[in-house]
Design a protein around this ligand. Structure first.
Ligand code: DON
Length: 318
C-alpha cells in the first residue's frame, strides 16, 4: 500500500502533537528574567517545527509566536565571520573547545582567545569581526553592519526578520555582564574594534524575532551545507556549515553539551528566549520553543522534545 503526501503529513503531525502533549505536562524550570523584557513572555507557550531537506515544514503548537533568537544567533554570526575572514583568521581569534562553563563566563584559553563561538565571549568577538578595525566605530557603521547581518539571517530563515526593539533596549540597559566580558577581551587585545560597537551589534543580533518555523528552516539550511532548500539560495559554504555543525555538537548546549550529545546526538543551539535549533546533517532542521529554562539556560520542554524526537525517530548521529 502506498501512502499519499496528505496521509504522510497527517501522520507526522499526529506524532508531533503526541510529543507536544507529553512535553506540555512538565511545567518545571523558570523563564529568564535577568533581562526584564524576557520575563514578560507567557511561560506556557510551546511550539515545534521540523523542516525536511526537501523544504517541507511540519508544525504543531504556537508556531506563529515570535520570540527573540538570543544565543541561537551565535552560529550565524560565526558563519558570517568565517565567510568574511576565512577559517584561519577566525581561529586566530576564537577557539573551538567546549568551555564546560556557563554561557556568560569569561572563558579564555592560554592564548587568551574565547574558548568557542557559542559562549558570549566568543560571540562578542565574532560580532567584532563584522566591524571595521577601528577604536571608535560610528553608529552608522554599526547600523550598516547590522543591516548586513539581518540580510544574512533572513536568507537563512527564508523570510525577512525584524528586531524586537524593546528586548534590544532591555538587553542594552542591563548588559553589565556582557560589557565586562567585552572590556576584559579588549584588555587582552582579543577584539580588533571598539568594544561598545561589538556589544551593540551583539545585543541587536540577540533581539531578532523568530518563530519555530524560522529556526527549523535555519537548522535545515545548516544541515544542507549552507543552501536554504526552501529558496534554493546558497547562503554560506559547505565548509562553514561543517564548522557550525561541529561547534554546535561540542559547545551548543553550554555546560550541558556532553549530556546533550550523549542523550540526543543532534547538533543544536539554545537561547534564553526559550528556543532550541537542531540541525541533523543532510536530513532535518528542528525548531522548538518553550520559555521555561533549566539550570543551564536551555528550554526544559525543548530539551525534552529533542530527546523524544531523537529516541523515537532514531535521529542520534552515532
Ligand atoms: O545575555 C545575553 O548575552 C543574551 N542576550 C543571550 C544569551 C543566551 O541566549 C544564552 N543562551 N542560552
Amino acid at each position: 500500500m502506498t501512502t499519499s503526501t496528505e496521509d504522510h503529513t497527517s501522520l507526522v503531525s499526529g506524532y508531533l502533537q503526541h510529543i507536544a502533549d507529553q512535553c506540555a505536562a512538565d511545567d518545571s524550570g523558570r523563564v529568564a528574567d535577568y533581562i526584564p523584557e524576557l520575563a514578560a513572555v507567557d511561560p506556557g507557550r510551546y511550539g515545534l517545527s521540523l523542516c525536511a531537506h526537501d523544504g517541507y515544514i511540519y508544525s504543531v503548537g504556537d508556531t506563529a509566536t515570535e520570540f527573540t533568537i538570543q544565543s541561537i544567533s551565535k552560529p550565524l554570526t560565526y558563519a558570517m565571520a568565517l565567510g568574511g575572514h576565512g577559517a584561519d583568521a577566525v581561529d586566530a581569534k576564537i577557539g573551538v573547545e567546549p568551555s564546560g562553563e556557563a554561557f556568560n563566563e569569561i572563558s579564555v584559553d592560554a592564548r587568551r582567545r574565547p574558548r568557542n563561538p557559542m559562549i558570549n565571549a566568543g560571540a562578542i568577538t565574532a560580532a567584532s569581526m563584522l566591524l571595521p578595525s577601528e577604536r571608535q566605530v560610528a553608529p552608522e557603521t554599526v547600523e550598516a553592519a547590522f543591516a548586513g547581518l539581518v540580510d544574512f539571517y533572513s536568507a537563512c530563515a527564508g523570510r525577512r526578520l525584524v528586531v524586537d526593539e524593546q528586548v534590544y533596549r532591555s538587553e542594552r540597559a542591563t548588559g553589565s555582564r556582557n560589557r565586562a566580558i567585552a572590556y576584559m577581551l579588549d584588555s587582552f587585545g582579543a577584539l580588533t574594534t571598539d568594544p561598545d560597537a561589538a556589544l551593540d551589534l551583539y545585543f541587536r543580533q540577540c533581539s531578532l524575532r523568530v518563530t519555530t518555523e524560522d529556526l527549523a528552516v535555519i537548522g535545515v539550511t545548516i544541515a544542507c551545507g549552507g543552501t536554504n532548500p526552501r529558496t534554493g539560495r546558497r547562503v554560506f559554504s559547505r565548509s562553514t556549515a561543517q564548522r557550525l555543525l561541529s561547534v554546535m555538537t561540542t559547545c551548543g548546549m553550554y555546560d550541558g553539551a556532553g549530556d546533550w550529545v550523549t542523550s540526543v546526538g543532534i547538533p543544536a543551539k539554545s537561547g534564553v528566549g526559550g528556543g532550541i535549533l537542531g540541525s541533523l546533517p543532510g536530513q532535518l532542521g528542528i525548531g522548538v520553543f518553550s520559555p521555561r529554562l533549566d539550570a543551564h539556560g536551555n528550554s526544559v520542554r525543548g530539551v525534552d522534545t529533542c530527546r523524544h524526537l531523537s529516541a523515537d525517530l532514531g535521529l542520534h548521529m552515532f
